[in-house]
Design a binder for this molecule. Sequence first.
Ligand SMILES: [Mn+2]
Length: 669
Amino acid sequence: MGTAEQMTDPTRPVTQPPARTADDEPAAVRELKERVFQNRGASYPETYQPTNLICPTKLTDGIPSAVRLADALINGQTIVAVADFDCDGATSAAIFIRAMKRFSDILVSHRLPRAKLHHVIPDRFKYGYGLKPRLAEDKIKHLAPDVIVTLDNGISSHDACTRINQWKGVSAANKSGAPHVIVTDHHAQGESLPLALTVVNPNRKDCPFPSKALAGCGVAFYLMILVRQALISRLKKEDRLTAAASAIATVQVNHLSDLVAVGTIGDLVPMDANNRLLVKVGLDRINKGLQMAPRKAHQDGYLSYGVRALLEVANVNYPVTATDIAFQVVPRINAVGRMEAPTAGIDCLLSETQMIAGIEAKRCHALNEERKVVQKEMQADAEESLETLLAESDQSEQVKEALTTGSDDCPMDAVVLHNERWHPGIVGLVASRIKERTKGAVICFSPEGDPNADSGEDNGDPDWLKGSGRSDNVHLRDTLAYVATLAPDLMMQFGGHARAAGLSLHRMELNRFKRLFDEAVAHSLATAPLSNPVYEDGPLPAELRTHALAAWIERQPWGNLFPEPTFTQTFKVIRVLPVGDQHQKLLVVDADENPLTHTADNGDTIYPVAKGAKAIPMLWFFSRDEDHPETLQPGDAIQSTYNFTINRFRGHNDLQLIARKVERVGYGQ
Ligand SMILES: [Mn+2]
């Protein structure tokens, strides 16, 4: 179905030829796009020019950090990067290592000494998250670093920084003998900053950087822009090194945009204007790279071997969308840390050959399959616990009714769950699922160590619980900070941001924590509740359902707080086909929003088919089960909220609606 066919569509209402804008876009299409962007606090059109990127020099401590790293590169010093294994941490590390290695290779080719670059990824079960004193002693000290750089972590590494500052004779380059620590992070700071050489973080209290939504990988990317600049100005000052300066100037940091897009989408940071720009540039480069030979795409900085291999194992084809990245690539990287092989994701993203990338991507894929099985069991446990908790609690009648009728909605402001069998790598996902039902703040605790680990293995302290929380109603980190002011001795540590946080707690304190958490959530709800904007984009008239519009939707940088458009309107169901055991495919045709004034014999409201109506398939996932094999009949009128997409399958490109919500409203005629 091409545009030509739509232009001559006889069912299309006869109107004035649509006014054309300067961009040769029909006014109705432009108005629709403007409405979608406006609903998300943006204005259409957006220009995704690199010059619109917020200036890197606005990051407090950005320049001194870059100068120190440039110095380390030029003098062949030892640099150790410390990251986490989640998607943001892994992409941050890959951005840092790949850019620094590129700079270093150029310097070496100009007869400067080679800097030593290492990366350290803590095993979550042994060392917890981020730079910790024990990790520093066990895994970093023996590398004799001159500079330690934290990526996507470090803002709460006070103890580790203090410990590292006391080291003697570790760094030959630094006068004190202790390595310099450069913290790069995006998580909110606590009362004070760690005692590091520099702290680059848009969320440190004194940082004027206007976007607070930058992910860890965004901070790493910005730092690399500054390091490039610092190297150029430093090398230019010495006559014998001006050629090296020119060579460094040819390095384009935006060649790492594929990693920035993956990390930014993966960390679920709000898609503000700056993040949209970063993601859009990355997506465009990924798609351009997909149409090039893998080697050329990797070398020219369009699509790295690692990201390509992850797309391949996930069966994602051109064009790659932000949704594909979020649901296909990110979980495969995240699965790795959760399933105890923390470096597979980073190894994949750092691959310099297609073969290694393929092997590592397959490991990520296999671990993700394993993760799905474990998660399913844990979710069943968590939901059972939730129901017991609800049944025992003195909740409102409304909640009890929701529970007894098996409805998904069980509104609760604060829920704390604990299960000895839960796996510490997955409690966050469980908390997420419970939060979808309660719409409040949820914290799930598991033992700190992996319950399935071999005994005798060093595996967390059995007296401590690891908690992971998600929230829709209050700022979770601030709420935990309030708990800490009520009971300063309670939590060993906590951190996070508005909608997600982690903490560790002695198991004896669980009941006390529950009580204080309830109190803190009530306090936050009264003083600073979080809002959850609802994005509704109204109806999508039949004449606007074109391939061009669907393709435009595919290319936009959708994400957290900037979701893909959802349209709502009334349809008549023409056909209902089961798909697999759980899904259905409907064929629907536009119905009039206004029902007829008379009703059917059985009292059903009757909706006439709309003028200019068109039939279109609608896929409705997870709409059937054993108890409800058929939920709709041909002839039914439904009100549906849906996304508008292109189904690309075996060379066919067919327009298709993906149902998000379907409600039978009557009969279609
Ligand atoms: Mn992060």
